[in-house]
Ligand binder design. Structure first.
Ligand code: BG6
Ligand code: BG6
Ligand code: GLC
Ligand code: GLC
Length: 938
């Protein structure tokens, strides 16, 4: 009797063991699985075999893992796992690098999973709407990353058409449709909020990115949950289905489909086939059906039914719960295997709808679960071994160290799955050290990170595209070096024309002798007054140059207004105003009774025959006072001063601001022999050889020449590079037909140039959605200082927004980028043109000196040069490119041109003193402190 019972038990045991033996895979079998997986991976990557491959190897259009610089606020959807989640993800970069997430889980009812596509996406949008309300974010248009855990054929990061539903989804009219379009359409249908869908991402990819944010070695993503799948970073050259060979791209393997071509039939059991036949996608996802949470319970159930039918279990009685498909969820499988004591197991099984009742039954159920889950883990391990080996070979490494980011309830909850998986990988891929990192944050975080990267990439591409469009529109304002060299040689010819006696009368660049013959030599001293008229400020200065041990300069400055009605009124009024300001200055500084020599920086073209005479040739820039052109400004000012009854020494010298600047900089750097102004106006002076200055007697030494390069082009010489905008500016100016180079270059005109361009672009619908406001149409409303603000690298775009808003336009982000680029083109053109003309002066200096390399210093002043964030760098770079044979130091005049004017005055005063002394010595005249009648030169 005992023997009979024992035999029955033994036979029962054997039958159970025989049944479960089909689930036990030995090492060789697993190696075969690994190798077959490898073959399918390769077939999926190759163009010729891709369409028939069971592992689809779908390009994911993710080119890199996160680098920590990602930031911003994103919305993420996570659809396709056990839960549907909507999340907000806030990413910070830099030292405060962190990711904060807020999420809500929503149910997707069964009938919606398997209803129509429209119903499914409407439901998704309904959940988003609820979440946005919950977060109070309905009105913020956030960028969205969409984790969609199904196979998608992507053609870009924001385009993916569903290949086929897997797992529990079967909504109609979705396969072969773009999921991003379907989501967008549903958002439109709801018409409540707007989102910027930037990326569609598989959950494996999201998981890889989530883990890679913490561990840069993470280049594989694994999901062992409801479904089963892997992605990894593949070399572009191996992905034949995508153009390009450079770098890497993530590939979503969709390994769940492995075996669809029959290649693993040898290891599939009748239970696997039964599960497949009862599934929503029979014949498909065969590997997934042997390895993932959605199906393992089903396999267990099929085995239990079989064993029960054969009288080996549950006393041969098939209960209703056992007949129910899906009764065994992954979590139950995990729970059953976790229970150690049989007693607790029985209770659990009874709880699980009375599936088990006896102790033996419970043991068998646990064994069945163990066999099924063990095989699943081994198969995933074999598949993973194929992947890591492939990566190792791709990289030609003896040994690969790599991290796999993992997610999924099976991996997370099952007590043994992860261990068996790891053991198998170790066994089947001995040349790889593989670490597995659990994704704690789900794939939504990864999707947000991908969105951040994609957005940055899109923004960059979009900006490049916008800039390219503007480059094309303003192509005539962009010069090649070839053109600049041509302009440089034209200007060089102009210099020569202006210097020669014969051609000077018809030359546009007047090359005015200044009678300044050298830069300061360090011996200057005294107490002076300097007037500085013609730049953006009218300044009066007291300059004290002392000479104890070392030469030092002390300056006191006052800025005075020059109202429009005065600079456009009569000359007498203008000089009376100057004299009045001077009187005020002397009073304020308590020097009314001091007889201080005066240097007059007068920043306009003056013909000089001596230092203390300047015949104004023509007004430039904003000035237009009547009765001054053709007159000696020194005389006019002296007259006005005398009229006020102010007692002090006469004006000793009149200098152009370029000369004042050169002298100011020459004080600190004795190599300085060029002075340029890039401010309201533009101009340059330099030290020319006397023998070349035919307008002044004498061949010895050098003299500073005020080129008045602002007039370059007044004879039509620059017509090929002038644009219609330049012509408009000229027509609307105070001096049409004059100072044409200045009008392309200097601060007084650049803002206006930009304004005219913006108006034209808006009219053509290229900006501001075609809107033009009265402010935008008002002359002078866009100033050069705005260009400087807009071109600032950090806050430039927000400045653009602010400035344009003040002009009444509500600019879009693209408008701001476009306006910034317009500013850049206009200011770049200015710097390039100045570089060309300055280069001409430098080559002339070099030739004059007969040296193979010129080492020199250029003194510079002017608000455009000083305030614009990029101007100086661009100018310096271009000059160095155009004249590589010159080593140029650019020296900013920190103290304006007044100090330089004082230097000139010091010399003039000393010469005058010497002359007086000589006169006194020869005539015995000791009276008076005025100057002699001689012309003075420095
Ligand atoms: C979640 C991820 O953590 O895991 C999902 O956020 C993913 O994107 C899921 O699909 C997979 O696991 P399961 O078990 O929920 O299918
Ligand atoms: C000042 C000089 O620093 O710069 C002036 O002192 C000169 O002499 C001026 O005219 C040029 O710049 P802006 O921008 O004021 O025209
Ligand atoms: C299924 C899907 C796949 C997904 C996996 C895990 O296999 O086809 O895209 O990654 O499930 O959720
Ligand atoms: C104008 C003047 C010139 C001056 C320059 C810079 O071009 O004509 O003399 O140097 O502006 O202020």
């Amino acid at each position: 009797m005992v023997t009979a019972v024992a035999q029955r038990l033994l036979s029962q045991r054997k039958q159970v063991d025989d049944t479960l033996a089909h689930f036990s895979l030995n090492r060789d079998q697993l190696r075969v699985v690994r190798d077959k997986m490898r073959v399918e991976l390769e077939r999926g990557l190759r163009k010729d075999s891709h369409s028939s491959a069971s592992v689809k190897m779908l390009p994911a259009f993710v080119f890199q893992t996160p680098d920590g610089t990602e930031r911003g606020k994103y919305l993420a959807l996570d659809l396709g796992g056990t839960n549907f989640r909507v999340l907000v993800v806030k990413i910070r970069s830099g030292i405060r690098k962190s990711v904060r997430m807020y999420n809500k889980i929503y149910a997707i009812p069964h009938e919606i999973m398997q209803g129509t596509g429209e119903e499914l996406f409407d439901h998704i949008v309904h959940c988003i709407s609820d979440f946005l309300d919950y977060m109070g974010m309905k009105n913020t248009r956030l960028p969205l990353g969409f984790t969609f855990s199904f196979p998608c054929r992507q053609t870009g990061i924001d385009k993916g058409s569903l290949v086929s539903w897997t797992k529990g989804f079967k909504a109609t009219d979705c396969e072969d449709h773009d999921v991003v379009d379907m989501l967008r359409d549903a958002i439109k249908r709801r018409n409540e909020f707007d989102l910027d869908i930037v990326a569609v991402v598989n959950d494996t990819v999201g998981t890889m990115m989530t883990c890679a944010y913490e561990d840069s070695k993470c280049e594989i993503g694994l999901i062992a949950g409801t479904g089963s799948n892997v992605c990894y970073m593949e070399d572009m050259r191996n992905i034949e289905t995508v153009e390009g060979d450079e770098g890497q791209m993530c590939v979503n393997t969709e390994w769940g489909g492995f075996g669809e071509n029959g290649c693993i039939e040898d290891i599939r059991t009748k239970f696997d086939r039964e599960v497949d036949e009862g599934s929503l996608n029979s014949g498909k996802q065969r590997f997934e059906k042997m390895t993932s949470g959605m199906y393992l319970g089903e396999i267990v159930r099929q085995i239990l039914i079989d064993l029960t039918k054969r009288g080996l279990l549950f006393r041969g009685r098939i209960t209703e719960p056992l007949k129910t498909r899906g009764i065994f969820e992954t979590k139950f499988l995990s729970q059953i295997e976790r229970f150690i004591s049989t007693y607790t197991l029985i209770i659990a099984l009874m709880h699980l709808q009375s599936l088990g009742s006896t102790c033996d039954d419970s043991i068998i159920v646990k064994e069945v679960c163990g066999a099924v889950s063990h095989r699943a883990a081994q198969l995933c391990g074999a598949g993973m071994a194929a992947i890591v080996e492939k990566i190792r070979e791709n990289r030609g490494l003896e040994h690969l160290e790599i991290t796999v980011g993992v997610d999924g309830t099976l991996y997370k909850l099952h007590p043994h799955f992860s261990r068996v998986l790891k053991d198998t990988v170790r066994d089947l891929a001995p040349k790889c050290t593989v670490s597995f990192v659990l994704s704690e944050d789900g794939s939504g975080k990864g999707a947000a990170l991908i969105t951040a990267v994609a957005r940055r990439y899109c923004d960059k591409r979009r900006q490049e595209w916008l800039k390219l469009r503007i480059d094309k529109y303003l192509y005539s304002m962009r010069f090649s070096d070839e053109t600049l060299l041509e302009i440089m040689s034209r200007f060089r010819r102009e210099l020569e024309k202006g210097l020669s006696q014969d051609t000077n009368p018809t030359a546009t660049v007047k090359m005015l002798p200044t009678f300044v013959r050298s830069i300061p030599d360090g011996t200057e001293k005294g107490d002076f007054i300097a007037l500085d008229l013609g730049g953006s400020n009218f300044r009066i200065l007291r300059v004290k140059v002392s000479h104890e041990k070392k030469q030092t300069v002390q300056m006191e400055t006052e800025i005075y207004d020059t109202p429009e009605d005065i600079i456009h009124g009569s000359g007498t009024r203008l000089f009376d105003h100057v004299a009045e300001c001077l009187g005020d200055f002397m009073e304020k500084h308590k020097i009314k009774d001091k007889k201080l020599p005066v240097g007059f920086t007068f920043s306009f073209p003056c013909a000089q025959t001596k230092l203390d005479e300047g015949i104004l040739l023509t007004w430039t820039k904003r000035f237009k006072a009547s009765g001054v052109e053709g007159m000696d400004v020194v005389k006019l000012l002296n007259k006005a001063i005398k009229k006020r009854g102010v007692r002090f020494t006469d004006i000793m010298a009149v200098v152009n601001d370029t000369v004042g600047t050169m002298m100011t900089c020459g004080f600190d750097d004795h190599r300085c022999e060029v002075g340029i102004i890039i401010g309201t106006g533009t101009n340059a002076c330099y030290m020319e050889e006397m023998r070349h200055i035919e307008l002044v007697e004498g061949d010895e030494g050098r003299m500073c020449i005020n080129t008045e390069w602002g007039a370059f082009g007044d004879d039509g010489m620059l017509e090929d590079i002038r644009t219609d905008f330049d012509r408009d500016i000229d027509r609307g100016s105070l001096n049409p037909g004059k100072q044409l180079f200045e009008k392309m270059v200097s601060g007084m005109y650049m803002g206006e140039l930009v304004r005219l361009i913006l108006v034209k672009m808006a009219r053509e619908g290229l900006l501001f959605e075609g809107r033009i406001t009265p402010e935008l149409l008002t002359k002078g409303k866009f100033e050069t200082k705005h260009i400087s603000a807009i071109e600032k690298s950090k806050e430039g775009l927000s400045k653009a927004k602010e400035i344009l808003a003040r002009l009444g336009v509500e600019p879009s982000a693209d408008d701001c980028i476009a306006v910034q680029h317009v500013c850049a083109i206009v200011s770049f053109r200015s710097a390039s043109l100045v570089a060309a003309t300055l280069a001409a002066i430098l080559t002339r200096l070099k030739d004059n000196k007969h040296v193979p390399r010129l080492k020199t210093t250029v003194g510079i002043d002017g608000s455009l040069y000083k305030m614009h964030p990029q101007y100086a760098r661009r100018l310096h770079k271009t000059v160095r490119r155009l004249v590589p044979e010159c080593d140029v130091r650019f020296l900013l005049s920190e103290s304006g041109s007044g100090k330089g004017a004082a230097m000139v005055t010091a010399w003039a005063y000393r010469l005058c003193g010497d002359a007086q002394q000589n006169l006194r010595h020869s005539s015995g005249d000791h009276a008076g402190n005025g100057r002699g009648g001689e012309s003075m030169e420095v």
